[in-house]
Design a protein around this ligand. Structure first.
Ligand code: GCB
Length: 610
């Protein structure tokens, strides 16, 4: 069933937002008995009374690295979060609904309020919410209890496997996975209580276009009013520019669809493609009673642009786009994958400094806050779902994969910055069984794609072996010449990259992007002549790729270069990773390696000439 609702919580004349972020209590349950807390009904009393050790932890944050406890870092199974909170008594009116909303929890969770089940959700990196008016005590203290399960299996997105191994004292459970980033877990994004009126604006879907000077917004609204069948909605839709002038408006009686035309529109442009990139209007929606009384009000930021694509490229406002980008991660010291506004600000500042105009949300959806930053900074997003290294293509997996894409597209469809959906990273598409899987998946995604092309990152040894790419609109590939292929050989980059891009093109006749290339680099390690892992090596590797890209750029179907990675990030413990994956152009602490300066010259040069 398609998702409806989940608008990002915003306070307004008719809505209040209270944050439940802060310090929560956490209990780590026994790995060998992850459901103990369910049998013993831990949700029906304070966690304190379970006798287990209570740890105070921050929300939002991954729980893994906030203490020095190795068992917590490497925990497999469930942890329990709890806190107390007040609900204002002024919310206790017939006209007010109380909602509880999560930005994301990794991976599966059950939520109870005052011991009563409120909801459950699985999939990390996506929001979910529930109306809790019937569960809370107004003007009194309430308790929220959440069980979070980090286990991944054959049909989770992404996949993983929990195995039992002997250790020095008995047996342990180990979460295995093949993807190359740490399986951080916990309450990763904000937890919010918010109100809406009884009759409220439940959802919005926008399509924007720009034609010469004329902007156009087609909108569709959903009103939440199931308690009053004969409710007649009147909606005043106003578009405000940055200076709060109303530049278009419409009064809609009983219609939930409409169109705004904006003469002399200021289109949304990518960074450095226009003197004023990321121009955002505000769509002001007012739901009115028949008497004209204001019932509900919601403000949605909106960038107005057209997006199209053909076999040679992607076009924003009819201009061809060349992507200067990165693969990124939501990752930082101590916080793990927890939302951190300071980090967001720093990352966007660095993206601008380096002259990038895009990134791929490798390998899962990033926070809604980051999507808003991307809109405002003119950073184009290749929006990836959490399918990474997908293997064993079963039906339950396909169903979850579809549902994941549906929830992702629903969440992000109104962002001007989103220019493509990436349905997978490096699935095992050399397997014949992958063909039917991706045929179905791509067909489904196309049916809900909201005017965006579909892409994915393939790493099969040879384009003709890929059982997925024929179903895509944009061909993406990942290739590590001079790293996984011919390590140490920076003289074996230009030709293989050019040849491979050409063969992808010849096979599929679609635009082609290199989504990953890179080399692990230890900051401060210098060698002459260049040697693998040194700062010099990363620079040489980059500049050889630049030479290849300059040849390819002349063929107009080659439309982008994405360095792997923006910054160093944590991985699981293996002998190939020294303190994590070090392919960042920036350190994990967001300071430049030498290569960042080189990349900066190139990205600014490209912005200037293209
Ligand atoms: C890849 C993966 C990415 C890894 C990267 C690497 O192909 O898509 O998740 O981190 O290679 O550095 O090995």
């Amino acid at each position: 069933t398609p998702t409806v609702g989940l608008l990002f919580p915003r306070a307004s004349e008719t809505r209040e937002v209270n944050s439940l972020d802060g310090i929560w209590q956490l209990v780590r349950s026994n790995s060998s008995d992850p459901l103990q807390g369910i049998y013993e009904r831990w949700y029906s009393r304070n966690l304190q009374s379970t006798g287990y050790k209570i740890i105070k932890v921050p929300v939002p944050a991954s729980y893994n690295d906030v203490t020095v406890d190795e068992e917590l870092r490497d925990h497999v199974g469930t942890v329990w979060y709890e806190r107390h909170f007040f609900v204002p008594s002024r919310w206790n009116t017939n006209g007010t609904r109380t909602w509880l909303r999560f930005g994301s929890i990794h991976y599966g969770c059950f939520v109870w309020i005052n011991g009563q089940r409120a909801l459950n959700h699985s999939f990390g990196h996506l929001p979910f919410e529930v109306e809790i008016g019937g569960l809370v005590k107004y003007g009194k203290e309430n308790r929220i209890t959440i069980m979070v399960d980090n286990r991944l299996n054959n049909s989770s997105i992404p996949q993983g496997e929990v195995i039992k191994q002997s250790d020095d004292t008995g047996h342990v459970l180990i979460q295995t996975y093949t993807f190359d980033f740490f399986n951080y877990a916990g309450i990763h994004r904000s937890v919010q209580l918010y109100t809406t009126p009884q009759n409220y604006i439940r959802d919005i879907e926008l399509k924007t276009q720009v034609n010469k000077q004329m902007g156009r917004i087609d909108y569709k609204l959903w009103i939440g009013n199931e308690h009053e069948q004969d409710f007649k909605s009147t909606i005043l839709v106003q578009l405000l520019d940055r200076d709060h002038n109303v530049v278009a408006h419409q009064l809609n009686r009983n219609y939930l669809n409409g169109t705004l035309l904006i003469p002399n529109v200021k289109p949304w442009w990518p960074y450095l493609m226009h003197p004023e990139p990321g121009y955002m209007y505000t769509l002001q929606l007012n739901l009115l009673a028949e008497s004209g009384l204001l019932l509900d009000s919601y403000q949605l930021p909106v960038g107005i642009r057209s997006l199209s694509w053909d076999k040679d490229g992607i076009y924003i406002n009819n201009q061809p786009v060349y992507f200067r980008g990165f693969g990124k991660h939501e990752d930082s010291d101590i916080r793990g994958k927890g939302l951190d506004n300071a980090l967001l600000t720093r990352d966007f500042s660095l993206l601008q400094w380096v002259g990038a105009n895009a990134y791929r949300t490798s390998h899962y959806p990033y926070s809604e806050e980051s999507m808003q930053f991307a809109d405002e900074h003119g950073i184009m997003i290749i929006d990836e779902c959490a399918s990474v290294n997908t293997d064993l293509f079963g039906l339950p997996l396909l169903q979850n994969h579809m549902s994941y894409l549906e929830q992702l597209i629903h969440r992000d469809r109104n962002h001007a910055s989103v220019v493509a959906w990436s349905i997978a990273n490096e699935p095992r598409t050399q397997k014949p069984i992958a063909k039917k899987y991706f045929d179905e998946l791509a067909n489904y995604t196309r049916s809900i794609a909201q005017g965006r092309p579909i892409t994915a990152a393939s790493n099969v040894a040879e384009p003709s072996m890929c059982m997925m790419s024929e179903f895509l609109d944009i061909i993406g590939f990942n290739r590590y010449n001079s790293w996984y292929h011919n390590p140490g050989r920076t003289d074996m980059i230009i030709r293989p990259i050019v040849d491979e891009a050409v063969s992808w093109r010849n096979l599929y006749e679609k635009p082609v992007i290199l989504f990953e290339y890179g080399a692990d680099t230890l900051e401060g390690y210098h060698t002459l002549p260049t040697f693998i892992w040194s700062e010099e090596y990363q620079k040489t590797m980059l500049s050889k790729h630049f030479q290849a890209f300059d040849k390819l750029r002349k063929l107009k179907w080659f439309i982008g270069e994405f360095v792997w990675n923006f910054a160093d990030f944590k991985t699981e413990q293996t002998y190939t990773r020294v303190g994590g994956n070090k392919k960042g152009v920036f350190t994990r602490n967001r300071q430049p390696k030498d290569s960042a300066h080189l990349l900066r010259q190139r990205y600014h040069m490209l912005a200037f000439i293209l």
